[in-house]
Design a protein around this ligand. Structure first.
Ligand SMILES: *[C@@H]1O[C@H](CO)[C@@H](O)[C@H](O)[C@H]1NC(C)=O
Ligand SMILES: *[C@@H]1O[C@H](CO)[C@@H](O)[C@H](O)[C@H]1NC(C)=O
Ligand SMILES: *[C@@H]1O[C@H](CO)[C@@H](O)[C@H](O)[C@H]1NC(C)=O
Ligand SMILES: *[C@@H]1O[C@H](CO)[C@@H](O)[C@H](O)[C@H]1NC(C)=O
Ligand SMILES: *[C@@H]1O[C@H](CO)[C@@H](O)[C@H](O)[C@H]1NC(C)=O
Ligand SMILES: *[C@@H]1O[C@H](CO)[C@@H](O)[C@H](O)[C@H]1NC(C)=O
Ligand SMILES: *[C@@H]1O[C@H](CO)[C@@H](O)[C@H](O)[C@H]1NC(C)=O
Ligand SMILES: *[C@@H]1O[C@H](CO)[C@@H](O)[C@H](O)[C@H]1NC(C)=O
Length: 569
């Protein structure tokens, strides 16, 4: 596909020579206007270089699942590591059941699972550039092949259906649909997802679509700085429109964005690779990104309603439960700051009508106030409070105190001015908040006993009228990537215990009146965990990366068993 582009000289200055080898100077040349006549292949050659391809490179028809693979493991013994209300047991607790209509699913995301990055006209994305050129990824891994979901989705959908999964939550690769992010549409990309969605429906699985899961078309980053420019809003909207018009009657839930806290936090992008396309100071860039994201999400929400799409449309927010590390007022305030700078950043505008005051105190010096029209547009533009709620952590004031930090932009914690950790103070023994996951996912501990309080906090603080969806939860089994025997990998006691206790914690919260409408476990199968590569495993299925064969882990059976026990329908 060829695309005639009117663009700034920045792209010209930032082409091959600068992007590939220049690490010393990233100064932008004076803007000039020019016209480039470039192909998708040119983009790949200049900005990414050679990519790997998979040996399986046509769509595989599913074969029957070997019946031996569907035999659940013997019941596991769950050690009661932490005291609390959760009592392990196999019987049904008669006080518990999921509400009618509750659904459970499994999740994945395009760049992490698909592979086939140059196939059928796909353009490069920001993450192709990150893994190949701009970031350090464990073992130099990339998503070039990943778990080859692009060709293996039929088998994978059959495999989750066999486990009783009701929903598959996946994301669309923007640069498969618009190889440049805007401009010409690539029909082959659309046809691929036609087939993924139809295969879900054929197996009785609800397709749930995330429109944007971080893989920005690279061209949009190069030409105007991606999410730091307001131009992104209309380009995103045009892309979302294509998806909504094509699959509005088939998709059972839409997520406009995945974890904006994370992808806005990627700004400023590494300047040894990307030339400057914005004059916005580094510290402000994430907040401009968040501002444009909210406007794009809200416009998409109302566009979908104007197209008479009735499926729920939400933003996937992210973050763990926050506990004060000590009873001091400063640590209590640190917790409030952490809610404001994380969940509240997006949840307050969406559910309460404006940014949280603690955040605004910083952002109001540069972000514009939302106009009354914008406020109305954004307020209510997420049907559910959709949350990726994995874990919990302790929060405390910076060493220098909150006030000193707020008046000192050189403090490493500025402008957030809270600190966090996973351990209690030494005076209380220095214990972890819960068992650690893999050492390459330091942020993740099994802290399931805090989930009921977490869900109550969300409900009480933001009062989402349609309820809460847990859009991701999951665990990395420690050192799983080092295991060489399949049976060692498939027996995953920490992940099994996590899912067991997590589902019971959801049931407890539901019994206490929390309006929880569904949940989706991360992840359908082992996949590329961003810069941790394949060194950590989140899969409910093991993937042998040599053969691309999939095998169910014990935790998958545990998760399915609990839903079987407590679902009403
Ligand atoms: C773009 O390049 C192609 C191949 O070189 C050429 O056929 C086409 O005419 C060019 N288009 C324009 C508008 O220059
Ligand atoms: C598919 O793989 C085969 C060999 O494994 C190779 O000959 C062929 O060119 C590949 N096709 C594509 C479209 O990559
Ligand atoms: C990753 O790439 C760098 C730079 O090419 C190289 O020095 C290093 O040895 C590679 N590491 C691995 C694990 O392949
Ligand atoms: C949406 O529904 C309304 C009322 O039934 C109808 O007038 C309108 O044409 C529909 N719009 C689209 C895009 O289908
Ligand atoms: C608001 O920000 C100013 C610095 O810009 C700081 O001095 C003040 O303490 C902050 N107030 C709150 C409530 O965060
Ligand atoms: C944040 O907490 C860590 C661990 O307790 C501590 O080492 C560090 O100095 C703190 N950072 C700041 C800036 O207060
Ligand atoms: C993965 O597949 C390869 C090739 O069949 C095999 O040699 C290897 O043992 C498998 N790995 C595991 C952990 O099963
Ligand atoms: C059963 O559920 C109730 C309500 O959540 C809880 O209080 C009780 O501890 C549970 N009993 C067992 C044995 O898990």
């Amino acid at each position: 596909m060829r695309y005639l582009i009117l663009c700034l000289g920045l792209l010209v200055a930032g082409n091959a020579a600068t992007a590939v080898s220049n690490t010393a100077s990233s100064t932008a040349s004076a803007p000039l206007t020019t016209t480039l006549n470039i192909t998708v292949e040119d983009l790949w050659n200049i900005y990414i270089g050679p990519v790997q391809s998979a040996s399986i490179n046509t769509t595989v028809e599913p074969t029957p699942i070997p019946s031996a693979q569907l035999i659940p493991p013997p019941q596991l013994y769950y050690p009661s590591y932490l005291p609390g209300a959760q009592i392990p047991g196999l019987g049904r607790n008669e006080s518990w059941s999921f509400p009618k209509g509750f659904w459970w699913g499994v999740s994945g995301a395009s760049y992490q699972v698909e592979g086939a990055v140059k196939v059928d006209g796909r353009g490069p994305s920001l993450w192709d550039a990150f893994t190949h050129r701009a970031m350090s990824v464990a073992d130099n891994q990339t998503g070039d092949v990943a778990i080859n979901e692009y060709y293996l989705y039929k088998q994978d959908i059959q495999r989750i259906a066999a486990m009783g999964v009701q929903a598959y939550s996946f994301s669309i690769s923007w640069s498969r649909i618009f190889p440049f992010g805007n401009g010409p549409i690539n029909e082959a990309g659309l046809q691929h997802y036609d087939d993924v969605i139809n295969t879900c429906l054929e197996y009785g699985i609800q397709p749930q679509v995330t429109i944007y899961h971080w893989d920005l078309p690279l061209y949009l980053q190069l030409s105007y700085g991606g999410w730091t420019s307001p131009q992104i809003i209309d380009d995103y909207l045009a892309y979302a429109r294509v998806l909504l018009e094509r699959w509005g009657d088939k998709v059972s839930a839409w997520y406009t964005f995945n974890e904006p806290i994370s992808f806005c936090g990627e700004y400023p992008v590494p300047d040894h690779y990307f030339t400057h396309t914005t004059t916005i100071p580094a510290i402000q860039q994430p907040y401009w990104c968040g501002h444009y994201m909210l406007l794009a999400a809200a416009k998409t929400y109302h566009l979908a309603r104007s197209l008479n799409i009735t499926a729920p449309i939400s933003i996937k927010n992210s973050g763990g439960y926050k506990l004060p590390r000590t009873a001091s007022p400063a640590d209590t305030l640190a917790v409030q700051r952490a809610w404001a700078f994380n969940e509240g950043w997006f949840a307050n505008p969406l559910f309460l009508g404006d940014y949280p005051p603690l955040l605004k105190n910083f952002t109001s010096s540069f972000l514009p106030e939302f106009t009354p029209e914008e406020r109305t547009l954004i307020h209510g533009a997420s049907d559910y409070f959709a949350h990726d709620a994995y874990t919990a952590a302790y929060y405390m004031a910076p060493d220098s105190g909150i006030e000193a930090c707020l008046s000192d932009p050189s403090n490493s914690l500025y402008p957030k001015c809270y600190n966090s950790t996973y351990t209690l103070p030494d005076s209380e023994g220095g214990w972890l908040i819960g068992p650690a996951s893999d050492p390459n996912t330091r942020w993740l501990h099994k802290a399931t006993e805090w989930l009921p309080a977490f869900l109550h906090y969300i409900q009480d603080t933001w009062n989402p009228p349609n309820g809460i969806v847990i859009t991701e939860f999951g665990m990395t089994e420690p050192f799983e990537a080092y295991k060489t025997k399949r049976e060692d990998v498939l027996t995953d006691p920490l992940r099994s215990a996590y899912y067991h206790d997590y589902v019971q914690a959801m049931l407890m919260a539901v019994a206490e009146g929390v309006k929880l409408v569904g949940c989706s476990a991360w992840s359908i199968a082992d996949n590329l965990e961003w810069t941790a590569g394949f060194t950590v495993k989140f899969g409910l299925q093991y993937v042998n990366l040599t053969t691309q064969e999939r095998f169910y882990k014990a935790s998958f059976f545990e998760l399915a068993r609990l839903f079987k026990t407590y679902m009403q329908d």
